[in-house]
Write a protein that binds this ligand. Structure first.
Ligand code: DAH
Length: 338
């Protein structure tokens, strides 16, 4: 029996298979139910007990060899087969399905484009901030009640570190490192410890704007924002409502006239036709001083807006959470808007 097995092993070394049909006949010959290998196993019961183990191992090595030959040749012939489909170079290329940009990115890019065209540059800062850049330098000293306007996530390791609550922190970093004239916008992610609801989320995205130069006035602020709303929404009626932010004086909120043409317009504007879009104001001289900018010589304006809110308005998205669920049926709707 051992001799028989050895013969099979040497035969296997010389085996030549030319195609998948050969592989199949080879498989049937050796390892199908009535093939050589099962037959040899059945013969095992006639082998004397003392040799059983040795012979069993030998038959196993034949089986192993056969399986190796089959998988090797199968791979060889099937990959050849698929290669051959490339030979027809006149075949149209296969359609590659592209992903779509996220609505947050689309709106962010639109906003960036508008400001780049009027001479602003882009600046960024860290999402993990220190107290100075997020609060103190922005005229929000410790225990200032306005700190409660934004519920903050603090980092346990170091109580001076926090997740920035707004992109206004980048204003400070930019003024610390650059001399006026400064024209910059800072897009980025911000964090607030809020209850999750249809209207809020623990993180969202803002764009901050800052313009510092000699003789910058409220008129410049108003004209810049008017240009912005015309470009982004195609709306040219705006109003600036007095408001309060610690880092600007005076402060205002920008409303745009959205109109009252549809039932949805009534709903989103609460029947007024007006929509609040962003916060803004003239940079408080204290903030300039904190950044070592001469507040006698220079003045400027700043504004901050939430990208989610704008995206929801532009695309009539009702629930902010749909922006974060990554449902492809939702995301694919933005396929063509870049
Ligand atoms: N940082 C404010 C917020 O997150 C938004 C803001 C308001 C930014 C007025 C400004 C500004 O630069 O002038 O709610």
């Amino acid at each position: 029996m051992i001799k028989e097995i050895e013969k099979h092993l040497t035969d296997l070394e010389k085996i030549k298979l030319k195609n998948l049909d050969d592989v199949e006949s080879f498989r049937i010959k050796y390892i199908s139910k009535k093939g050589i290998v099962p037959y040899m196993f059945s013969q095992l019961r006639d082998v004397p007990n003392k040799d059983k183990r040795e012979v069993g191992l030998q038959i196993n090595s034949v089986k192993q060899k056969v399986n190796e030959i089959i998988s090797l040749h199968k791979e060889k012939f099937t990959s050849k087969k698929s290669n051959s489909s490339f030979e027809d170079l006149t075949k149209p290329a296969e359609f590659l399905k592209l992903g779509s940009r996220h609505p947050i990115s689309i709106v962010k890019n639109k906003i960036i484009d508008i400001f780049l065209k009027i001479g602003f540059d882009i600046s960024e800062g860290p999402e993990i901030e220190d107290d100075w850049h997020n609060f103190t330098a922005l005229n929000l000293p410790e225990h200032h009640p306005a700190r409660d306007m934004q519920d903050t996530f603090y980092l346990n390791k170091n109580p001076d570190w926090l997740l920035r609550t707004h992109t206004s922190s980048v204003q400070i970093r930019h003024m610390e490192n650059n001399e006026p004239p400064i024209r910059t916008i800072s897009p980025g992610r911000v964090y607030r410890n809020e209850d999750i609801s249809a209207r809020s989320h623990c993180f969202f995205h803002q764009v901050e704007g800052l313009y510092i130069d000699e003789g910058v006035s409220f008129v410049d602020l108003k004209q810049t924002l008017l240009h912005f709303t015309k470009e982004l929404f195609g709306k040219s009626k705006i109003r600036l409502r007095p408001s309060y932010f610690p880092f600007t004086e005076p402060s205002a909120e920008l409303d745009i006239y959205w109109g009252l043409e549809s039932e949805a317009d009534y709903r989103i504007t609460k029947g007024t036709g007006w929509l609040e879009i962003l916060g803004c104001g003239m940079v408080d001289p204290n903030v300039l001083k904190n950044c070592k900018i001469d507040s006698e010589k220079f003045s400027g304006f700043a504004f901050g807006l939430g990208i989610e809110r704008i995206a929801m308005l532009l695309y009539q998205i009702e629930d902010i959470r749909t922006l974060y669920e990554n449902d492809l049926r939702f995301l694919n709707q933005f396929n063509n808007s870049i």
